[in-house]
Design a protein around this ligand. Structure first.
Ligand SMILES: [Zn+2]
Length: 287
């Protein structure tokens, strides 16, 4: 993947120094654990809490936030920002051709944890898109894990994951995710999971459409890149993730689709380059 002459996006925020969720005095599970520990060790809980808070320092959990620039970005963040820029260009064009306006999403690069419009984000969650604040959350350590734990290599596999999250933003703009949320209370968990899989596979498909169109505008793919994207799609399929986590596969609990399904839809998006072919079962919203 060649992104040397790609520019960085203006819409990336870098958050550093964010920690775990602030337990606060007397609040939450953390507070209860501290009280129990304090009682066990015959200390005054209030004093122990204060000591913990002082150790945490002010603003813990928030950290600092600044705009991502060439000066403060790591090589990984530069790559992510360029991929986001490329998705902005592609989706602006795609929307324009349908007489629609593409409102670009924001992206937040964070470490350990940060607040999001969808609750507290922790690095263990992996990258995600929050429809409420229209931002893609990218934890800087996730891709190391992808490489070390699942053996996924190559920059394009990372680009694919970012393009998948942007795919969720496209679904949000088209009203697809909103429609699904509105139906949620009327569905059983099993039915809802089925819809979730369709939503995930469509995001894979949209990532494929991005790769196809971006490569036509400005060729950036090298031989082997699509295979590397497919291996990422396969590695983060729910069957593989569940196998890694529990040692077994439980199809009913799938929310992302199997590796084979994910590869199928990504490939379909890449080969067709045509959004209108991306109905995975949940429709195409206002497309
Ligand atoms: Zn997803």
């Amino acid at each position: 993947m060649r992104l040397d002459d790609e520019e960085m996006s203006d819409n990336v925020e870098k958050r550093t120094g964010g920690g775990m969720r602030n337990i606060g005095i007397g609040g939450g599970i953390g507070g209860i654990i501290i009280i129990v520990l304090a009682l066990l060790f015959k200390q005054d809980p209030q004093q122990v809490m204060q000591a913990v808070q002082q150790a945490q320092g002010p603003g813990q959990g928030q950290g600092t936030s600044e705009k991502l620039t060439t000066e403060n970005a790591s090589p990984f963040e530069i790559m992510s920002s360029k991929v986001l820029r490329s998705t902005e260009r592609v989706w602006k064009l795609e929307f324009q051709e349908r007489n629609k306006t593409y409102e670009v999403p924001g992206m937040v690069s964070f470490e350990k944890g940060t607040e999001s419009g969808c609750g507290f984000a922790e690095s263990a969650m992996g990258p995600f898109y929050c429809p409420a604040d229209r931002k893609v959350y990218l934890d800087v350590s996730f891709f190391d894990e992808l490489e070390q734990r699942f053996g996924v290599k190559g920059d394009f596999s990372k680009a694919y994951v970012i393009a998948h999250e942007v795919g969720h933003h496209v679904q949000n703009l088209l009203g697809i995710s909103g429609k699904m949320q509105a139906m949620r209370s009327r569905l059983s968990e099993k039915e809802y999971n089925k819809l979730s899989v369709m939503l995930e596979l469509q995001a894979d498909f949209l990532a494929g459409v991005w790769a196809s169109r971006a490569n036509k505008i400005k060729p950036f793919l090298d031989p082997g890149d699509i295979e590397s994207g497919l291996s990422a799609a396969s590695a983060v399929g729910d069957d593989r993730l569940q196998q890694a986590a529990t040692g077994q596969v439980v199809p009913d609990a799938f929310t992302h689709g199997t590796s084979a399904q994910r590869m199928f839809w990504f490939k379909k998006g890449f080969e067709s380059g045509d959004v209108s072919q991306g109905d995975t079962g949940i429709g195409l919203g206002s497309w």
